[in-house]
Design a protein around this ligand. Structure first.
Ligand code: HEM
Ligand code: HEM
Ligand SMILES: [Fe+2]
Length: 448
């Protein structure tokens, strides 16, 4: 690490770890409720747990992206951040808004729109917060003498993600119209602009870890950005099939969303090909594992399992069932959680000056997390397919079906326990690195 302000990333990353733990806790509450042990119902009903679980996911991922930007941008622009102080203020205010939102959910202060439950007044605070972040990074980029495709793609992704938050803040009376614009946020985030953020971080990591020429890696980045927009924008149609939107979306959504896996396949090939071209052995093997793993798992979770329910004829049956949860878990994990864990693994030795690169705990964390998450995906898949068959094919009542599929959630909770063990090992490793350290930094620069 060459710039002192990169240390700011550490505080964002440790916040991520805390929020991830909290998110998992609420996951377990729901897992047990699905098994029939909804003992906390009076205090934390399922809808509250669900809103906390999914919103915390979004918040910790955004915190991770911000940390990644605070680490990457000084390195790419070769200068200190515009203001570290502003960065700290922004982190603290983000945490305060997050905590108020989570507490609010427990008192029914929420909007009831999946993923966008945060009440409107807090939305404005989120907007101010994100603008502060974009300002800090933007000024740094603007004042820099050099810029790189990687940093521009990353920044464009972050700006676009902020802009796309706005359609979710308009008030609509009509449920279908509201749903229509909700997807501009949710879908165009995860299948559009967040992919730019992911692509930017992935390119940065590959440049550093494989030693392949920047020009080559950045050329691929353009291809991925192209594929993402070509398929992802009209692919939004796969959420418009049966919500009261015009019928032409069946065709448009079906065709374009079926092309979306190509962008994720491109990303996976990109990472693997660059790895194979790798000119040198980078000592940080754990960071490399998370990087390549992210590209591959995002293809499986988003591309492959996304395709599994994206055609109108399939989605007619699977819409809003646990099949969606199956895909949601592996897609979010593979694409966004893993890229955040990859950049943390890469940054920590540099931020703290400790070469704790390839600890056994760190390696185990990678494998246990991924095997656990694949197990969870499998459990959701089995429960989901059974649900679709019983509820949508044989017409059995929703609540009776939920009882019928309770045993599958034992599988979910077991796999989730394995997954959580992996996460705890990762956090232990993170903790072992210790705190950021100025003296050691300079010695340990990594000029990949
Ligand atoms: C990293 C990228 C992705 C992530 C994080 C992701 C995550 C999710 C999540 C969380 C949902 C549930 C949303 C809600 O109901 O509010 C969802 C729904 C859906 N996703 Fe994805 N997804 C990704 C990529 C894809 C891709 C590439 C495809 C298609 C090839 C796809 C197809 C679908 C479909 C069809 C639904 C609607 C399911 C339903 O009708 O209930 N997803 N996705
Ligand atoms: C390890 C413990 C976890 C458990 C036990 C767990 C369990 C659950 C359960 C039971 C649901 C509700 C499904 C329903 O609507 O009936 C859910 C929703 C969800 N979880 Fe988790 N989860 C865990 C971790 C995670 C992680 C690490 C991620 C992301 C990387 C994640 C992403 C999601 C998403 C996106 C949804 C919403 C899915 C949808 O819209 O259908 N969860 N989780
Ligand atoms: Fe989508």
């Amino acid at each position: 690490m060459k710039f002192k302000s990169q240390k700011l990333a550490y505080y964002f990353f440790s916040t991520c770890m805390l929020l991830l733990c909290l998110q998992i806790t609420y996951g377990f509450i729901m897992g047990f409720a699905h098994m029939g042990y909804d003992n906390l119902h009076d205090y934390i009903p399922f809808n509250t747990a669900r809103a906390v679980h999914t919103n915390l996911l979004v918040v910790w991922l955004l915190t991770g992206f911000m940390g990644a930007a605070y680490f990457i941008i000084p390195d790419e622009t070769q200068r200190e951040l515009y203001s570290t102080k502003l960065g700290f203020i922004q982190l603290i205010s983000l945490v305060v808004v997050g905590v108020v939102a989570v507490i609010g959910f427990h008192f029914n202060w929420w909007e009831g729109r999946k993923f966008l439950e945060i009440p409107r007044p807090l939305d404005f605070l989120v907007v101010i917060n994100v603008l502060t972040f974009l300002f800090n990074i933007g000024i740094t980029l603007f004042r820099a003498e050099r810029s790189s495709t990687t940093s521009i793609v990353l920044y464009t992704g972050l700006v676009a993600a902020a802009l796309l938050y706005l359609p979710g803040m308009i008030y609509f009376e009509n449920q279908s119209v509201d749903s229509y614009f909700r997807w501009w946020v949710v879908h165009l985030w995860v299948e559009g602009v967040w992919e730019l953020i992911m692509g930017g971080i992935l390119a940065y990591l590959l440049i550093k870890l494989t030693g392949v020429d920047r020009e080559v890696i950045e050329k691929w980045l353009y291809v991925i950005v192209g594929l993402t927009f070509l398929s992802g924008i009209l692919g939004t149609g796969h959420h418009y099939y049966y919500i009261g939107a015009p019928k032409y979306w069946l065709m448009v959504g079906g065709i374009f969303s079926a092309l979306e896996p190509l962008a994720f396949l491109g990303m996976a090939l990109f990472a693997v090909v660059m790895y194979r071209r790798s000119g040198r052995e980078h000592p940080n093997k754990i960071a490399l594992l998370w990087t390549i793993g992210c590209a591959i798992m995002s293809f499986v979770g988003a591309g492959f399992l996304g395709f599994a329910h994206t055609l109108p004829s399939v989605n007619l049956y699977t819409h809003g069932t646990l099949v969606t949860a199956m895909h949601g878990h592996l897609a979010f994990w593979g694409a966004y959680a893993m890229i955040v864990l990859a950049i943390i693994s890469y940054a920590m030795p540099m931020i703290t000056g400790r070469k704790n690169y390839n600890s056994m705990y760190g390696m185990l964390a990678f494998w246990i997390c991924n095997i656990g998450m694949l197990g969870m995906t499998g459990a959701f898949a089995v429960a989901g397919v059974a649900q679709v068959y019983l509820e949508r094919k044989t017409g059995m009542d929703f609540t009776l079906v939920q009882q019928e599929i309770e045993p599958h959630f034992l599988g979910l909770v077991l796999a989730a326990t394995l997954f959580t063990t992996g996460v705890l090992l990762y956090i232990y490793d993170f903790y072992k690195y210790g705190r950021p350290n100025d003296e050691a930094l300079v010695a340990l620069t990594d000029n990949g």
